[in-house]
Write a protein that binds this ligand. Structure first.
Ligand SMILES: NC(=O)c1ccc[n+]([C@@H]2O[C@H](COP(=O)([O-])OP(=O)(O)OC[C@H]3O[C@@H](n4cnc5c(N)ncnc54)[C@H](O)[C@@H]3O)[C@@H](O)[C@H]2O)c1
Length: 358
């Protein structure tokens, strides 16, 4: 029975992985400081009923990690302040840097001392948005489409080889710095490590906000009939994202755990792109149509023409190397993902309504 430690394990991704690992017969401990609003509900509704051990702790405090009593086979680092808007328009950035950098370093140090392999959840936000927005796009009826790629962006999407010089948001920068540091730990200390650079992840139990978890947020706003706005790129809602069902991510991570346990030294901090790909992507406008169909609620969607710093016109993941190395592909389509979220909202309406009211 594999013993898994998940930091940030009461968040959307961490709790989904935790529940899935328990169903696979693993023993799981989650460490979380419950700083994200709503994580107390995920703790009560998902973590504790599944028999997962919960430790209230803060990754910024090494003593909280050192105080863990268990022995673990793999650490999955999911803790983060994940707002791409932190540091813009006067918003504070200090907490994000402390958690995403110092917290990640503390996790890597904990792993180094025990030689516990690490899976690090990074983000496609490490790719500079000025480079992504500099590719040529055509404006179609419901979406922008990539017309001519640029270095690292092909018709299949953004590749892991995309050049990294440019501006990417404090969030993206903090994730990239943590990636670099983990690669040093892997090289200097022979710490087995895998880095998953994830695009938008979605699914049931995501406490989606406009700046993180956009598709769940979009559907929930329809469900609870609350106003929405298309922001940026002319305000037409044609910007495109791919989306990955969290269960598809779980299947990949479960396989990666096996790889690390069997042959950890073959994994030295290599980076893998992980996203919905060309098989699962939507513009916001297209998402609106599906959300209206599922919920039966057609909302007037407002429009803000100006583009905010860090907005991206088109992001689709090229999973190429991830597919080859781990024999993995996402299985669930964008519509299936939204249907799944819809069913979850319907079944948990009275618990979730307060999260989607502003
Ligand atoms: N959800 C996505 O679409 C997405 C996309 C790409 C990458 N990621 C990455 O995946 C990981 C998980 O994302 P998520 O969507 O579950 O986010 P989330 O906000 O739901 O979860 C993050 C968790 O970290 C916890 N946390 C924050 N500060 C902490 C601290 N100081 N100590 C301990 N715990 C702390 C929060 O309470 C929360 O439970 C993050 O690293 C994120 O950058 C997520």
């Amino acid at each position: 029975m594999e013993r898994i430690l998940i930091t940030g394990g009461c968040g959307f991704v961490g709790s989904s992985l935790a529940v899935d690992f328990v169903q696979r017969g693993c023993s799981v401990t989650v460490l979380d400081n419950l700083s994200r609003p709503g994580t107390d509900i995920l703790l009560e509704k998902r973590i504790l009923p599944a028999g997962i051990e919960f430790v209230h702790g803060d990754v910024r405090n090494p003593a909280d990690l050192d105080g863990l009593a268990g022995v673990y086979d793999v650490l999955i680092e999911c803790s983060a302040e994940a707002s791409v808007l932190a540091g813009t328009a006067g918003r504070d950035v200090r907490y994000l840097l402390d958690v995403n950098l110092q917290g990640a370093i503390n996790c890597f140090e904990w792993s180094r001392k025990r030689l516990v392999p690490v899976i690090f959840l990074s983000s496609s936000r490490v790719y500079p948005y000025d480079r992504l927005n500099a590719c040529r796009y055509s404006e179609m009826e419901t979406r922008f489409e990539l017309e001519v790629g640029c270095p690292g962006v092909s018709s299949r999407g953004v590749q892991v080889e995309m050049p990294l010089q440019g501006i990417r948001s404090f969030y993206g920068a903090s994730k990239l710095c943590a990636e670099f540091l983990l690669q040093e730990y892997a090289a200097q200390y022979h710490l087995p490590a895998i880095i998953n650079r994830c695009g938008v992840i979605a699914g049931p139990w995501q406490l989606g906000k406009s700046d993180q978890g956009i598709f769940t947020y979009w559907l929930a706003r329809h469900y609870f009939k609350h106003p929405l706005k298309y922001i940026g790129f002319g305000g037409s809602g044609k910007q495109v994202r791919d989306l990955l069902h969290v269960q598809d991510l779980s299947e990949l991570v479960a396989f990666q755990v096996q790889c690390l346990i069997r042959d950890g030294q073959s994994y030295r901090g290599e980076v893998f792109n992980v996203g919905g790909s060309l098989q699962s992507n939507l513009s916001l406008r297209e998402a609106t149509e599906i959300c209206a169909r599922l919920t039966g609620n057609t909302l007037p969607v407002g429009s803000v023409v100006e583009t905010r710093p860090s907005d991206i016109v088109w992001y689709v993941t090229d999973n190429g190397r991830t597919e080859t190395v781990f024999s993995w592909k996402p299985k669930r389509s964008a519509s299936q993902i939204l249907e799944d979220i819809y069913r979850w909202l319907r079944d948990n309406e009275n618990v979730m309504d307060k999260f989607f009211l502003e």
